[in-house]
Design a protein. Sequence first.
Length: 318
Amino acid sequence: MSVYFNARADRWCIAIQRGGKRITRYAEKGSTKEDAIQYEAKLLREYFLADKLGKVTDRPIGDAINRWLQEEVAHYKSKDKTTSHILQLTDFVLGRTVSEIHLVAEEYAKKHRKLLSPGTINRRLSMLRLIANLCYKKWDWLDRPLGQKIKLLRESEGRVPLLSQTELNGIVAACQHKDAVLAVQLAAYCGLRAEEIQRLRPEHVKADHLWLTFEQKAGVNIETVPIPQNFALKPNMLPIAISHRMISRYFRRALAEIGRDDLRFHDLRHAYGSWLVQNGVDLYLTGKLLRHKSLASTKRYAHFADAQKQDAVKKAFG
């Protein structure tokens, strides 16, 4: 059958044979069989136009996302994290076409405004806006710039919660798995992101540095991260044997024990940046150690340098 109900997905599915390949599309959640049949007819009309006229009047957003993941995101350093973010939009893009992408963005922001931080919502909206721009400017899938209609939420200044070394020691002591402990230490002492921690292998540890490798369009890029003397990292401690989901579970339990439920795992990386600035490292070098693409990302740590600013004025003017 070309239209059938997928109990696992809890949706009606449409299967179409095109060019010797089976193409599966999902109707919106809650749709009836009649809705799915109408959606099938719409898809068949679009593919007919594609075959006969050499163009598609309106492609599914899912196709645009898949093309973006394959052609662009595959070369990102943070491709795993980016893919995870865009997959959170799955329920909103099913059965929707690229001509509706700005409406999908608006619906997603409205539903999650009170559930997620503005930063998280904006990151996902920015992905939709980028895809819309590619559809219009590069792929010729849109005849108007719908990316301009996707508006981001207003954000407050970057969130950098305070974390003391004593609290970090408490988190390490409360984590009940050695790999969770190692992940916490890599984030707090080396400023690594969760996906970078998961990719680490023994060969990435070279003396007192970590050598991080990233695949890019131009080839493989290597960045080095100093390993502090108080962090005894050895090659045989890698790779991390548990998933980030399990690490997060142990991490949350540890936070509950020390009374810091307000923290996220990524805040360990923020702590690394704040400690650098508090100990006199300038923002430019802090950004380099955090591997930020622009200084704008590093400015969130500027207020931690207030004491150093006062000392500099005293040295200059007495």
